[in-house]
Design a protein around this ligand. Structure first.
Ligand code: S3P
Length: 410
């Protein structure tokens, strides 16, 4: 798919951005492993989450539409042996969380495959600790061939702050012998922990910030209404902050503090953003967020513990930075190199094509502005967040911006 975007007039209005991807994956997984049926309302119907849902159907979960944009999920007695590969598509969350589930289901054999991008992404970050738990896994990149085993708990210090690693190990730990503990160098999104607590599962914690679970726990089905995704809201927030005359209200956005770094970066840049509380869902705070375009945005800085709290928003924040006065720096973000694309390179090469001033580092970027952007042919390289970020850039560029390889926006 090729997208064409032209310079926009003021963005004025109110919308509910699409539902949260991280929460939809987790809701499907916890529903498929529960003791009784669940209803997930307003799940994200994007391809990544549909892959998770389809895989659990393959493994025996029965699903049906629920009135009012929901999905009912009836878990199988036990996960069903499946001879076809489990296709995670482009979705790292699907593959990493699923690996923890399959590896801990005794005798279940499965091969996890993904598209070209996912097949290049590092899986050792989960296969290493799962093997320490006793898992039988062949491969450190997809395809991963897994034979489920009765695992034993470990105390694991993850070298990377990653909710996918943490969630993979907690899911495996829930079905393992003994306790499984995970420590990470900085706090990553804590949706799994909040969902566990909401389901009545005891979450263990230690003074060194480790979190843990005891094996052998089960939970009842639940009803969960998925809030909208702050990572999707970020495109509208940044667009409204830079398109002159804009005034946008985003409704029912998940504002879990482990995800709201983008709001801090916008405030740092001098953008006018206000949040009012909405209806909490399963321990997840929800807000309505208003943004009004104001002139005089300033450079901002992203580093350290803030990085995991806005990791997915960095491409669009780099676009925002082109419209800010001064040099914005983004450091400690080497993880960007192993996302759906090498986001440091894809952001830099596309911004350069549009006339921005950009420097790259091993762990980040510097963007100097303000620069008038010009329409150009840019390449999303199959990465949804790059496609969306450059759709925002196109709204303020002179002339037409064409975005190649943008299919993954679906
Ligand atoms: C996700 C965690 C993040 C994020 C991804 C979704 C999740 O990845 O980039 O889009 O749902 O757990 P890492 O955990 O690898 O940082």
């Amino acid at each position: 798919m090729r997208l064409a975007v032209s310079k926009s007039g003021p963005l004025v209005g109110s919308l509910r951005p699409s539902s949260d991807k991280s929460l939809t994956h987790r809701a499907y997984i916890f529903a498929a492993l529960a003791r009784s049926p669940s209803v997930v309302m307003e799940p994200l119907r994007g391809e990544d989450c549909e892959n998770t849902l389809r895989i659990f159907q393959q493994l025996g979960a029965a699903t049906s539409p629920h009135p009012g944009e929901g999905v009912s999920i009836s878990p199988p007695q036990s996960l069903r042996q499946q001879h076809d590969p489990l296709d995670c598509g482009n979705s790292g969350t699907t593959m990493r969380l699923l690996a923890g589930v399959i590896a801990s289901e005794p005798r279940l054999r499965a091969t996890l495959v993904g598209d070209e991008s996912l097949s290049r992404r590092p899986m050792r970050r989960i296969t290493d600790p799962l093997r320490l738990m006793g898992a039988d896994i062949e491969g450190d990149t997809a395809p991963l061939r897994i034979e489920g085993k009765r695992l034993r708990g470990i105390d694991y210090r993850s070298p990377v702050a990653s909710a996918q690693i943490k969630s993979c190990l907690l899911l495996a730990g829930l079905r393992a012998e003994g306790e499984t503990w995970v420590t990470e160098p900085a706090q990553s999104r804590d949706h799994t922990e909040r969902m566990l607590a909401a389901l009545g599962i005891e979450l263990l914690s230690r003074s060194d910030r480790a979190i843990g679970v005891r094996g052998g726990q089960s939970w009842d089905g639940f009803e969960f209404s998925v809030p909208s995704d702050i990572s999707s809201a970020a495109y509208f927030l940044c667009a409204a902050a830079i398109v002159p005359g804009s005034k946008v209200v985003l409704r029912s956005v998940g504002t879990n503090p482990t995800r709201t770094g983008v709001l801090e970066a916008l405030a740092d840049a001098g953008a006018l953003v206000e949040a009012a509380p909405g209806q909490e869902q399963m321990g997840e705070p929800v807000s309505h967020i208003a943004v009004v375009q104001v002139p005089g945005l300033q450079a901002f800085h992203v580093a350290g513990d803030l990085v995991p709290r806005l990791i997915d928003e960095i491409p669009v924040l780099a676009v925002l930075a082109t419209q800010c006065e001064g040099t914005t720096t983004i450091r400690d973000a080497g993880e960007l190199r192993v996302k759906e694309s090498d986001r440091i390179e894809t952001v830099a090469s596309n911004l350069l094509a549009m006339g921005a001033q950009v420097e790259t580092f091993a762990d980040g970027l510097a963007v100097t502005g303000p620069t008038p952007l010009c329409g150009a042919v840019v390449d999303a390289q199959g990465d949804h967040r790059i496609g969306m970020a450059f759709a925002v850039a196109g709204l303020v560029a002179e002339g037409e911006t064409q975005i190649l390889n943008a299919d993954s926006i679906r």
